[in-house]
Design a protein around this ligand. Structure first.
Ligand SMILES: C[S@@+](CC[C@H](N)C(=O)[O-])C[C@H]1O[C@@H](n2cnc3c(N)ncnc32)[C@H](O)[C@@H]1O
Length: 253
């Protein structure tokens, strides 16, 4: 399997660039920086929590009763999932690389009078947390900004309690395999890129994005110790925009 490796300073540069890129998206109001709607926050307070990644609701049975649970919103800033979880009675911590995304949670928390712990940090290094301190980790799509998902899976397993769950969504490899070819009939997609994919190998822009294999994702979760007990897919408008959602359970110490 081809892997992305590099020394520590190179990785630091990657994360600094990703932070700049995400902050710029927030400045440009990209749609996933929209915070939770007032109605959804009220519903969550009244016991009707609906939590979604893009258009896909996380099944209620995956979440269970989160009242009083310690939940880590990993790479999950943006004023959406964390305030909803806090309204539903969870004790929420958010870790995110982007100060501007965290600011969105700070704004909603202030408006809604919610206690949410906000940590500016990297999902690859959760050393600020002790072993077994969370009941649940909610991780919206973010692995496309991480060169080595295995590191994150290991950290998530460590900071979860035994019996805790890890719910994540990520782009499936097809997002990165194809280029759009224009032609007189309106164009088509052609599979041209190998997985793993790194955008830096294909363009000179400052954008950094990784396409990982399903082996890296599902095999990586299993290797970290998770039992996978939930899997769903989410097809967005464009045919190559396929995302998957997985639930991993920490059944052992
Ligand atoms: C697509 S957004 C997800 C958040 C959004 N609330 C949602 O529902 O989709 C991806 C998030 O991952 C964060 N992120 C990317 N790389 C990260 C890293 N290495 N560590 C922590 N957060 C990271 C970004 O700053 C961004 O807030």
């Amino acid at each position: 399997m081809r892997r992305f490796v590099g020394d520590e300073s190179m990785k630091k540069d990657i994360f600094l660039q990703v932070e700049k890129n995400i902050d710029a998206l927030v400045d440009n109001c990209v749609d996933w920086t929209e915070g939770a709607a007032a109605k959804d926050l009220q519903d969550a307070r009244e016991g009707r929590l609906r939590l979604k990644f893009f258009e896909k609701n996380i099944p209620q049975e995956w979440l269970g009763d989160i009242r009083g649970k310690k939940v880590l919103c990993l790479a999950g800033a943006g004023g959406l999932q964390a305030p909803l979880l806090a309204c539903a009675g969870a004790e929420v911590t958010v870790v995110d690389l982007s100060g501007k995304m965290l600011e969105k949670d700070r704004e909603v928390a202030a408006l809604e009078n919610l206690q949410i712990e906000l940590v500016k940090g990297n999902m690859c290094d959760l050393s600020m947390f002790t072993d077994g301190c969370f009941d649940c980790i909610i991780n919206p799509p973010s692995f496309m900004y991480v060169p080595e998902p295995a590191v994150v899976f290991g950290e998530c397993f460590r900071v979860l309690k035994q019996g805790g769950s890890f719910i994540m969504m990520a782009p499936s490899p097809v997002n990165y395999m194809c280029d759009y070819i224009e032609d007189e009939n309106g164009g088509y997609y052609k599979a041209v890129h190998e997985i793993p994919f790194c955008s830096k190998e294909h363009d000179d822009s400052d954008w950094i994005e990784y396409g990982h294999s399903m082996e890296t994702y599902l095999g990586g979760m299993l290797a970290a110790g998770f039992v996978i007990d939930g899997y769903m897919e989410c097809q967005l408008e464009d045919i190559t925009e396929l995302y998957f959602m997985v639930k991993g359970e920490k059944t052992t110490k």
